[in-house]
Design a protein around this ligand. Structure first.
Ligand SMILES: Cc1cc2nc3c(=O)[nH]c(=O)nc-3n(C[C@H](O)[C@H](O)[C@H](O)COP(=O)(O)OP(=O)(O)OC[C@H]3O[C@@H](n4cnc5c(N)ncnc54)[C@H](O)[C@@H]3O)c2cc1C
Length: 452
């Protein structure tokens, strides 16, 4: 990973950045800001960075951000070609053609174990920039920037604080974000080795009246499974949860029965995971503090967007800081980042909070939607979520922002030219062999260089 010298950092207004949380969001923003020449330290409450959890989905926009961060994802997890949605009675509903989405948006769709994703993000990451066993207990804006205080009473000072501390974020509480609300559902979920997965590139989702489930291959023999059922705060965990899961979902399909036969109560030990939704906060008075990932916008896992949206936050926040002309503009750059993300996240959070489980009489109408229309809607939605304009200038973003406006103008011109040529099929990751696009992007990069 490229790190700048102290002299270079001074020249380009390098910030001392404190990141709380070493999950996907915290490590990706730290990696990006280190690449941009800032001085970043990540504080993690756990004793090590060894990650847990099941698998997460990376959509084309997330793949593109990983590319911008120079994360090598070759061979990680499982590339998907189709999401097959059916009812619990076996009626096919929609086949989402993931191949078509990949073709249109220009990046792979990948199911990857969270531990593999974090290992790849941490590959080449300087270990001395992560401090484990460091639970942040409080944070303050100070006249010179920000200060965090740890459990043991010690403190660290910086110019900027990024709260990437997940669903029950402490930084979120400090900046005045409302707490997450339960949606009334939960997932019993895990990642298991299942022999003989017939179609390794096909993700299966099945919807019933009182619950729904997903079986998404995650590379090799790994299968991410989840069973969603109702949940409330007074929920009492059954002694033998596997019996409850089997009685709700047995007979839904051959593959479901095969998976249920292999699962035990031990596989369900960490479950259930209640679904929460955050109101997306407006952080008007949070000074040099901001939020990223689940800390800003935890949402139900319905569209498998948690890790992907944390990566998009990373891209937009990097862009906000790259355009910074002096530390006195920091607060407005952070408010720009939050505002840029808010509209899309508000819509996404609303969509993912809709109830999936429906009666057969409702689902029979859903079955009338053609596969191509379902795929088109999904593609359009993912394209809208992807913050495409920013993604392109982020690709081009060098460490300095001199002539940034000219660079942005050239990027806009390049996009307009590509859109005229490719229309709807204009990809997310742009073809660098297109002559006009190459000319615009080359000059945009030059305009952003300090010596341009
Ligand atoms: C253990 C675990 C398992 C998961 N499993 C899945 C899964 O199977 N499928 C899926 O789709 N998503 C899963 N997720 C969620 C998914 O990783 C996130 O939705 C997405 O990656 C966004 O991550 P994030 O970095 O914003 O938050 P998170 O991944 O939640 O990371 C937050 C980090 O902040 C640390 N932290 C919290 N408070 C403090 C504090 N006060 N001081 C210092 N550090 C702090 C936490 O220990 C954690 O490492 C899991 C998350 C976790 C933490």
């Amino acid at each position: 990973m490229v790190l700048l010298s102290v002299e270079n950092r001074k020249e380009m207004n390098a910030l001392r950045v404190l990141v709380v949380g070493a999950g996907v969001g915290g490590v990706s923003i730290a990696r990006g800001l280190l690449r941009d020449g800032h001085d970043v330290t990540v504080f993690e409450q756990r004793p090590d960075t060894r990650p847990g959890g099941g698998a997460v989905t990376i959509w084309p926009s997330g793949s593109m951000v990983l590319e911008q961060l120079a994360v090598d994802m070759d061979g990680a997890g499982q590339l998907l070609s189709t999401v097959r949605i059916a009812t619990s009675t076996g009626r096919p509903l929609i086949n989402i053609a993931v191949d078509t989405i990949v073709d249109r948006l220009g990046g792979p769709v990948r199911m990857v174990p969270r531990r593999v994703l974090l290992d790849r993000l941490l590959d080449g990451f300087p270990a001395d920039h992560i401090r484990c066993n460091s639970r942040v207990a409080a944070a303050f804006n100070t006249p010179g920037g920000v200060r965090v205080q740890f459990d043991d009473g010690s403190c660290a000072d910086g110019d900027l604080l990024i709260g990437a501390d997940g669903l029950h974020s402490m930084v979120r509480r400090i900046v005045g974000g409302a707490p997450a609300k339960s949606t009334g559902w939960c997932s019993w979920q895990g990642l298991s080795t299942v022999d003989h997965i017939a179609e390794k590139d096909v993700a299966v989702q099945i919807i019933g009246e009182h619950g729904n489930l997903g079986l998404w291959p995650a590379g090799g023999s790994d299968l991410q499974w989840w069973f969603d059922l109702r949940w409330s705060p007074d929920f009492v965990r059954p002694d033998r949860p596997i019996d409850a899961i089997r009685s709700s979902f047995a007979g839904w399909s051959e593959l479901v029965d095969q998976v249920l036969a292999t699962l035990t109560d031990d596989d369900l030990a960490a479950s259930p995971f209640p679904h929460f939704r955050h109101p997306i906060p407006r952080l008007r008075r949070s000074g040099a503090m901001t939020l990223l990932g689940d800390a800003a916008h935890a949402m139900p896992p319905a569209l498998a967007q948690g890790a992907n949206q944390a990566l998009l936050d990373t891209m937009v926040l990097r862009k906000a800081l790259a355009d910074l002309r002096g530390n006195d503009e920091l607060a407005s750059a952070l408010r720009w980042y939050e505002k840029t993300r808010r509209r899309r996240l508000t819509v996404l959070s609303w969509v993912t909070s809709r109830q999936i489980s429906q009666s057969q009489s409702v689902l029979k109408w859903v079955a009338l939607i053609s596969d191509s229309f379902g795929t088109w809607v999904m593609t359009a939605f993912l394209r809208w979520l992807s913050q495409r304009r920013i993604s392109v200038s982020a690709v081009l973003c060098a460490s300095s922002c001199r002539f940034a406006a000219l660079a942005d103008l050239l990027v806009e011109l390049g996009i307009a030219a590509l859109q005229r040529e490719h229309g709807q099929r204009c990809p997310l990751v742009f073809p660098f062999d297109d002559p006009l696009w190459s000319w615009c992007s080359r000059n945009a990069v030059r305009a952003r260089r300090p010596d341009a």
